[in-house]
Each structure stands twice: as C-alpha cells, then as structure tokens.
Design a binder for this molecule. Sequence first.
Ligand code: HEC
Ligand code: HEC
Ligand code: HEC
Ligand code: HEC
Length: 272
Amino acid sequence: MMRAMVKKSIGAVGTAIFAIFAFNNASATVVGSFHDLSPFTANTTAVCVFCHTPHGGDTSFAAVPLWNKVLNAPGAYTRYSSLLLPTLDGAEAPVGSVSIACLSCHDGTQAMDVVINLPGSYGYNAAGTQIDVGAIGPMGSPPVRNLGTDLTNDHPISIQYAGGGCDDSDADGTCVGPLGDPDFNFPEKTTINGNPVWWIDTSVGVAGVREKTDLPLYARADVAGSSVIEPTVECGSCHDPHDGQTTGGPGSVQFLRISNAGSEVCVSCHIK
Ligand code: HEC
Ligand code: HEC
Ligand code: HEC
Ligand code: HEC
C-alpha cells in the first residue's frame, strides 16, 4: 500500500513535468506511469518486460503483440450480456484480443510480475515465473479498481461494434452500414497487409486520418454467428496502455486515448 502511494505521487509529478515540456506534441510514455512496475522490484530495471517479450509470447487466446503473460481462458469471465438487458444489440466474441491481455493483470487472478520470459538467460517458462516473489502481488482493490472476472459491471468488451453492419467486404473509407444499432457513429476502415483495420475518428486531430488520438476497433473473425471479419470494442479502444498522461483535467485517469472532458470518449462512438 505504501509503495503504491509513493508510486502514485511519482506518477503525478512525472506527468506534470511532462506537460510543461511536451504539451505541444507527443504524449507521455509508459516509463514512470502506473504501468511502469520496475520501481517495485530490485530484480530488473526493465519496463516493457511486465507485458512484452521479444520472443515466445502467449497468443493462445488472443491476438496480442508479444504478450509476456499467461492469458486466462475466455470462459473464466462473466459477460455483460448475462445481464439480459433488452437494449443490447451487439453480438459478442469470446473475451479476447487486447482485452484479455489487460485482464491478465486487471482481473486480479495472478501476480502482476508473473511473466513467460524472465529478463536474462534461461528465463523462459510457458507457465510463467514471478520476477520478484513477495515484492509484487496480484492487483488489489484500492487504490485502483480491480475489475475481477465478473465483467457484468464493466463497459462491454469483445463486443461487435454498433450491433454489426461493417465487415471486411466493405470498401476502404467510412463504413456506410446500415448499422445494426443506428445510435452509433460510422467507423473508418483501411487495409494493411490485406487485413481490415477499423477506427473511430475522434474530434481530436485530422479528420479521416488514422491517428493515436483515434479509437481503434479490433478486427475479430470470431464474433458469434458471423462468418466475416468485423470490428469490435476492446479495452484498447478507449485506453492506450503506454500513455501515462492524465488527460482531461482534474479527476481523470491515465491511459485514455483522448480526454474524456465533456464525455468526449463516449460520444466519439455513441450518438447520445
Ligand atoms: C502494462 C502493459 C504494457 C507495458 C508495460 C508495455 N506495453 Fe506495449 N502494449 C501493451 C498492450 C496491451 C498493447 C496492445 C495495444 C493495442 O492493441 O492498442 C501493446 C502494444 C505495443 C506495441 C504495438 C502497438 C503500438 O502502440 O505501436 C508496441 C510497439 C509496444 N507495445 C511496445 C512497448 C514497449 C517498447 C514497451 C516498454 C517501453 C511497452 N510496450 C510496455 C501493453 C504494454
Ligand atoms: C469505441 C466505441 C465506444 C466507446 C468509446 C464507448 N462505447 Fe459504450 N458501447 C459501445 C458498444 C459497441 C456497445 C454495445 C452496444 C450494443 O450492442 O447495444 C456499448 C454499450 C454501452 C452501454 C450499454 C448499452 C446497453 O444496451 O446495455 C452503455 C451504458 C455505454 N456503452 C456507455 C458508454 C459510456 C458512458 C462511454 C464513455 C465512458 C462509452 N459507452 C464509450 C461502444 C462504445
Ligand atoms: C502488468 C500488469 C498490467 C497490465 C497487463 C495492465 N495494467 Fe493497467 N494497471 C496496472 C497497475 C499496477 C496499475 C496501477 C494500480 C494502482 O496504482 O493501484 C494500473 C492502472 C490502470 C489504469 C488506471 C490509471 C489511473 O490513472 O487510475 C487504467 C485505466 C489501466 N490500468 C488500464 C489498462 C488497460 C486498458 C490495459 C490493457 C491495454 C492494462 N491496464 C494492462 C497494471 C497492469
Ligand atoms: C468504452 C470505453 C472503455 C472501455 C472499453 C474500457 N474502459 Fe476502462 N475506463 C474508461 C474510462 C472513460 C475510464 C475513466 C473513468 C473515470 O474517470 O473514473 C476508465 C477507467 C478505467 C480504470 C480506472 C479505474 C476506474 O474504474 O475508474 C481501469 C483500471 C480501467 N478503466 C481498465 C479497463 C480495462 C482492463 C478494460 C477492458 C477490460 C477497460 N478499462 C475497458 C473507458 C473504457
């Protein structure tokens, strides 16, 4: 608890300093942010290792970049859809993509420093090894909310965008729908390496150009009942895990893609 408090003040100071020097242009990085776990252990000074490995990452349940943590099975989670709300239109894909990567810390089921590939030689273990036993545990409740494995009280994830209407057979450009749920803004699409890439153009930055301040939708081929590749909403649609900048003024959290002042994150997707 003490360590977490110290870390928080370091994070706040770091963000303030960064704001002075860099408000014009780049955003803050993962170094010194809440996602920099290196100060909590004497066993490594590496920052990326808590999430990434250059070789041998876990891709079992998710398409995530070089993931250095063992992923929980999708069935371990209780979904938003189990609330049986009459208003939900989107079909779900199994809990996966970048979301299950976030949950490998944020569901509180394993220590945050359990990694597949320890820093240094002879460190590979597909089942995971803890970098510093005792120093870093699983995510607790306070001060930051532990999402747990019951996701019914969290914004839907691994969910089809807008109840469907856009897929990989669409031409590049703005999706023309019709959307399954018309209360949504139309996503943009481009093609990279022959694969569809979707995003929501926010009011920040240049319209029609895919930028860091836009909200990515994740291409999934496993949306229930679908035989095509479709865009879904995942944790990474709203959050950038590397951006330790606290956007949006007082009371806002780190790792949002854009400031949520005026609920800008929400209304980038929802027409409400
Ligand atoms: C707390 C976990 C975490 C840490 C620490 C972390 N990353 Fe990531 N990184 C992720 C996740 C999650 C994604 C997938 C993001 C997405 O889908 O938008 C990602 C994606 C990436 C990508 C590809 C997407 C992009 O933004 O270009 C690169 C490159 C990357 N990380 C590099 C790094 C480096 C280098 C470090 C250390 C300085 C680092 N990351 C630290 C979680 C982390
Ligand atoms: C990246 C796009 C995106 C963003 C950003 C977003 N949402 Fe959503 N939201 C969705 C999708 C897609 C659904 C699923 C809706 C459906 O299928 O009916 C959803 C569902 C919801 C629901 C549940 C709807 C229901 O019928 O049960 C609520 C409430 C909601 N969002 C509120 C918010 C709020 C508040 C914010 C801002 C903090 C937000 N959303 C940001 C895409 C988004
Ligand atoms: C390696 C473990 C780890 C992974 C993986 C991870 N996080 Fe975190 N996250 C943390 C820790 C540690 C904190 C800070 C907890 C605290 O201060 O109590 C945190 C805090 C946060 C916060 C709150 C920041 C604030 O200002 O209160 C958000 C938002 C967040 N993470 C989102 C994500 C998302 C989204 C992903 C995946 C893209 C992710 N995290 C992946 C460990 C992780
Ligand atoms: C639709 C957008 C959206 C999605 C999807 C989303 N978040 Fe968030 N999240 C937010 C916003 C906005 C906040 C800031 C809330 C606030 O200011 O209190 C937030 C806050 C958080 C926090 C800080 C604690 C809290 O509850 O305020 C954590 C941790 C977090 N998110 C993790 C995640 C993880 C992990 C996922 C995926 C399982 C996820 N988020 C998916 C929008 C989203």
